[in-house]
Write a protein that binds this ligand. Structure first.
Ligand code: PGA
Length: 257
């Protein structure tokens, strides 16, 4: 564990209507009132676009100490992009964190490294924090290419940025073979890749910026494996999918140690 604030993020993906979202926030708020987050911990919730406004209202009206997050955005601020949502629109809803380049976006919706970079630009331009996702496929891991894949994704999104811009990033290491499969990377594998990511960031932006970046692990995180992952020195948080859909399991993950 480091002195960086640990960030646990719940990525709901395409789950929860806005009614369900409000009930979720009320239940989570009650848990947090009974047992506030440990010092040095932060929690963000990433509902679908249709629930953002409701979740924002539910969080703000009760001053629930949870940040609002989104799962994606378009790289342009406005224009003829039917069905898309811009970073500017998210910023107006007090969104603090935007997941960018999730492997489902890359694989199912064809997002390229260039597009991911442009989305990071858009999120930073509107003063929000990108959670930039990187990670290798099972084939790449078995071929011994996991590090090279992650380095290439990082370089595409990070190279040429100012040190201050890099320091603001959150990077989520999500091995694709561990997402939604119940198969978690071991805490040692997660630490090894997180350390590699930090070293790579250091070569791109210097030691101070690399030391400030929070690196999350994601892929089948649950209340039982969260503590071991969070104890690793380079793992500064968790990006949680399936287990973030129940308030008590997200809460237990956020409190794990
Ligand atoms: P999972 O998803 O926790 O359901 O594996 C993680 C993610 O895709 O962010």
């Amino acid at each position: 564990m480091s002195d960086r604030e640990l960030l646990v993020s719940g990525n709901w993906k395409m789950n929860q209507t806005h009614f369900e979202a409000i009930q979720f926030v009320q239940a989570l708020a009650a848990l947090l009132r009974a047992r506030p987050l440990r010092t040095g911990r932060a929690l963000s919730l990433h509902p679908p676009f249709t629930a953002l406004r409701s979740v924002q209202t539910a969080l703000e009206s009760d001053a629930v100490p949870v940040a609002l997050g989104a799962q994606n955005c378009h790289e342009a601020d406005k224009g003829a992009f039917t069905g898309e949502v811009s970073a500017e629109m998210l910023a107006k809803l007090n969104v603090g964190f935007v997941i960018v380049g999730h492997s489902e976006r890359r694989q199912l919706f064809g997002e390229s490294d260039e597009q991911v970079r442009a989305k990071v630009d858009a999120v930073l331009r509107h003063k929000m924090t990108p959670i930039l996702c990187v990670g290798e496929t099972l084939d790449e891991r078995q071929a011994g290419e996991a590090r090279a894949r992650v380095s290439a994704q990082l370089e595409a999104a990070v190279k040429g940025r100012s040190r201050a811009g890099v320091a603001e990033l959150v990077i989520a290491y999500e091995p694709i073979w561990a997402i939604g499969t119940g198969e978690t990377a071991s805490a040692d594998d997660a630490e090894e890749m997180a350390a590699h990511i930090r070293a790579e960031l250091e070569s791109l932006a210097g030691k101070d910026a690399a030391g400030a970046v929070r690196i999350q692990y994601g892929g089948s995180v649950n209340p039982d494996n969260a503590g071991e992952l969070l104890r690793k020195p380079n793992v500064d948080g968790l990006l949680v999918g399936g287990a973030s859909l129940k308030p008590d399991s997200l809460f237990e993950i956020a409190q794990a140690r």
